[in-house]
Structures are given as structure tokens and as C-alpha cells.
Design a protein around this ligand. Structure first.
Ligand SMILES: Cc1ncc(COP(=O)(O)O)c(C=O)c1O
Ligand SMILES: N[C@@H](CCCC[NH3+])C(=O)O
Length: 412
């Protein structure tokens, strides 16, 4: 959905230059068409009853959540704030699942009051707490345990979640006893089982391996009278960031493997994709402010910083970067950096790019997931605007923050 026509970048039918001229920079631009196409591709891959619970931590703009909700998606949430957003965007609460290792009482209460599908419990302490809060509200809480299957997702260590050494979920070996304990609790309805082993998996075989382990646990628990109604396999399906090295996972294979692993169970599947649905549906457009050479090193200094898109700084993540308008200038090798007072404030290092004159724009691709959601006001920088394109039109779906927004709530 992002293509060059006559050397100028278009988002669907909209010239990106028109957007920056009107909205300014830096700006996130999303393609509704891409979101819909990814959703359909994912949805079509499954033949069994399933719910796609969009992981809204990947992109929590209300208009984006609403786009998926109107296609029938639910939401995977990890905080009260995300539940608030999901409700505001019109997500059917019976399709919302709630993960996270540190759910507070008020968050559990809010989830129960809104009657979400299930709370994914991540520890024994939390189990008793959910039971206590549910008792106070005179409700029965539908729960799943988030099981940590100790399977290596073979992704970046910071986004790997399903290994014993990670803080997430209950240990595989302890899950059996925990289910039996949960079954005895008055205000707990043992509803399902969940796992999520990590993010940006280009090979989804580890999700299949985890599914097989979890299905085995379910068989042993079914023998003890536990009735599973839902299996939630988390998210994690990766996307192509680098066309030279990455290959998009085969979602049909992924779906077949999961369906095969749970073929013996009459359960509804829940999937929690985030990045797959939105990652390549967003770009960050930024203006080149200065060129600079320090000794041997060239720098292209742009008006977006690590506060706007953290992934390169945090994970050394690769994002393709290109001029918004190709002029045929000669290529330069440079570090593309932002204005933040941190050495780690870079988008790319020793990157070859067709030179872009000061005042012109560059585009950081694959910025639709974990882009704006991880942005901050570091260095007192107002966060960028977000724009949603659909066909030949676009609209601002989040205004650029103002200086007043920066100090909102502060007291002299
Ligand atoms: C519990 C849970 N579900 C779903 C996701 C979404 O992951 P992804 O964006 O890789 O699909 C995450 C993030 O990794 C997560 O922690
Ligand atoms: N923020 C990460 C993904 C985290 C997944 C959350 N469990 C990224 O940008 O790749």
C-alpha cells in the first residue's frame, strides 16, 4: 500500500507529500487497506471457530482499533488503559482477553465489571487475587492460565517471553497443579488456557511446538475433569522488515499447525496478533534538518527521534529508510539520527541512502507496530500526529501534541 509513482511515495491513493504539507512532520501514516488485507489473510487461514484478539499494545490508536473491531476482531489487552481504549473503540468485550504479570485489583475489577472473555492469569498469587476480587463483586471470573511452555521462539532476547527465565506465565511443570487448585475456587470459572512465547517470529514452528506441549497438558487435565472452552495461542507472527533477509511467515501453515495440535479438543481458538496486522501498514515520515560530517562519519539529522520510534535504539531493529521523493541524487553512507541528547538516538547506522537535501523528507518503513505506542515525551518533545489513509483520502486520527499538552497535569 506504500508505493512510488513517478518517484514520489504514495500511501494507497494519497501522495504522502500532501500529508506532510498539511499535517507537518514527524508524522505516522497508516494504511487502512493494509490493515484490512492483513486481517483477512489471517482470518481466512483458520477454518475452526476462532477470535482474532488484536494485540492493541502494537498500535492502540482508537481509529486503528475500530478498524479491526468493525472487521469482527476482539482485543488482547494488558492494562486498564488498553481496556478503556478497546471499549471506546467499540470492541465487543466478550472478545477481549487480558494478559500481564502485574494486574492490580482495580484493573481486575474493571475487567470483571465489563465482562470480558477471560483473564489470563500469570501466577498463583494472581489466581487467589482474582478469586478475591470476583468474590467482592459477587461474580465468577473466567480465567485461563498463561502457561510458559519453555520453548525458544528464536527471536530477539528482549521480545522472547516463553522461556523459563522470562517473567511471563506460570511454569509449565506447575500449571497442572494450579489448574486443579483453580477448579476448587468458588469465584473462578476455569475457562481456557493461553501461551505467548514471543514476538517477530519469522518461523512459527516454535508456536507449533508450544501448542503440542500445551495440548498434552490439556489432555492430562481433561482426565481430571477440567473443561477447556478456549485455547489462546498468543501472537508473535512476524513481518518482513528487511526485504533482503526476511521472509514472511506462512500464516496458512501456522493456522494448520495450530488446528492440528488442538484437533482433539472442542475449543474456540483465540489468536492475539499485533505486529502481523499493523507493522507494515505504517510509516514514519520525517524531515531532514541538517547534514553533518564528523571526521569520517556522515550524519543525516532528522526531526524524528528515538522518542518517536524507539525500536532501532532499543533492539537495534532494522527499518528500511528511503526518501519520500526520489531525485536520483548520488547515494551517501551515513548514520540517520534524531535530535535527542543520547548517543543511542539513531534510526540506522552506516546506511546507504540516496542523498536527501535539507528540508526534504525521508520515510521510515514498517513503523505501524510498536511505533507510536512506544513513543514518549523525552526531551520535552510533543509526540507526532497519526494519520489514517483509506483509498484516496486521509484523516488525522491523532493530533500532534502541543506545548500545552506537554505540561498537562503539572503543578508549579
Ligand atoms: C500476551 C501477548 N499477546 C500478544 C502479543 C502480540 O505480539 P505480536 O505483536 O508479536 O503479534 C504480545 C506481544 O508480544 C503479548 O505479550
Ligand atoms: N515492542 C516490541 C514487541 C514487544 C512485544 C510485547 N510482548 C517490538 O517493538 O518489537
Amino acid at each position: 500500500m506504500f508505493e512510488y509513482k513517478n518517484n514520489e511515495l504514495y500511501a494507497e491513493g494519497v501522495r504522502v507529500k500532501n500529508i506532510v504539507d498539511n499535517v507537518g512532520s514527524p508524522v505516522y501514516v497508516y494504511s487502512k487497506g493494509h490493515f484490512k488485507a492483513q486481517f483477512e489473510k489471517f482470518n481466512k487461514a483458520f477454518s475452526r471457530e476462532h477470535v482474532i484478539a488484536f494485540a492493541i499494545k502494537s498500535n492502540s490508536n482508537l481509529a486503528v482499533i475500530k478498524t479491526f473491531a468493525s472487521l469482527g476482531a476482539g482485543a488482547d489487552i494488558v492494562s486498564k488503559g488498553e481496556l478503556f481504549r478497546a471499549i471506546k473503540a467499540g470492541v465487543d468485550t466478550s472478545k477481549i482477553v487480558f494478559s500481564g504479570v502485574a494486574k492490580r485489583d482495580d484493573e481486575i475489577e474493571y475487567a470483571l465489571e465489563n465482562d470480558i472473555m477471560m483473564i489470563n492469569v500469570e501466577s498463583e498469587d494472581e489466581l487467589y487475587n482474582v478469586n478475591r476480587v470476583a468474590e467482592k463483586l459477587n461474580k465468577k471470573a473466567r480465567i485461563a492460565f498463561r502457561v510458559n511452555p519453555d520453548v525458544d521462539p528464536k527471536t530477539h532476547p528482549y521480545i522472547s517471553t516463553g522461556l523459563k527465565k522470562n517473567k511471563f506465565g506460570v511454569p509449565y511443570e506447575e500449571a497442572y497443579d494450579l489448574y486443579l487448585k483453580a477448579k476448587e475456587l468458588k469465584n473462578i470459572d476455569v475457562y481456557g488456557i493461553q501461551f505467548h512465547i514471543g514476538s517477530q517470529l519469522l518461523d512459527t514452528t516454535p508456536i507449533y511446538d508450544a501448542s503440542v506441549r500445551v495440548a498434552d497438558l490439556m489432555r492430562r487435565l481433561t482426565d481430571k475433569g477440567v473443561e477447556f472452552r478456549v485455547v489462546d495461542v498468543g501472537g508473535g507472527v512476524g513481518i518482513v522488515y528487511d526485504e533482503k533477509t526476511d521472509k514472511e511467515p506462512d500464516v496458512n501453515l501456522y493456522a494448520r499447525q495450530i488446528e492440528e495440535a488442538f484437533r482433539d479438543f472442542d475449543v474456540k481458538l483465540v489468536l492475539e496478533p499485533g505486529r502481523f496486522l499493523v507493522g507494515n501498514g505504517g510509516i514514519l515520515v520525517s524531515k531532514v534538518i541538517y547534514h553533518k560530517t564528523n571526521g569520517q562519519k556522515n550524519f543525516l539529522i532528522i526531526d524524528a527521534g528515538m522518542n518517536d520510534l524507539l525500536r532501532p535504539s532499543l533492539y537495534k531493529a532494522y527499518h528500511k529508510i528511503a526518501p519520500m521523493k526520489k531525485t536520483g541524487s548520488k547515494a551517501i553512507k551515513c548514520d540517520i539520527v534524531g535530535p535527542i541528547c543520547e548517543t543511542g538516538d539513531f534510526f540506522a547506522r552506516d546506511y546507504e541512502i540516496e542523498d536527501v537535501p535539507n528540508g526534504n523528507f525521508i520515510v521510515v518503513f514498517s513503523a505501524g507496530a510498536y511505533g507510536f505506542t512506544m513513543a514518549s515525551n523525552y526531551n520535552s518533545r510533543p509526540r507526532p500526529a497519526e494519520v489514517l489513509v483509506s483509498g484516496d483520502s486521509y484523516r488525522v486520527v491523532r493530533e500532534r501534541e502541543s506545548l500545552e499538552d506537554l505540561i498537562k497535569g503539572e503543578i508549579l
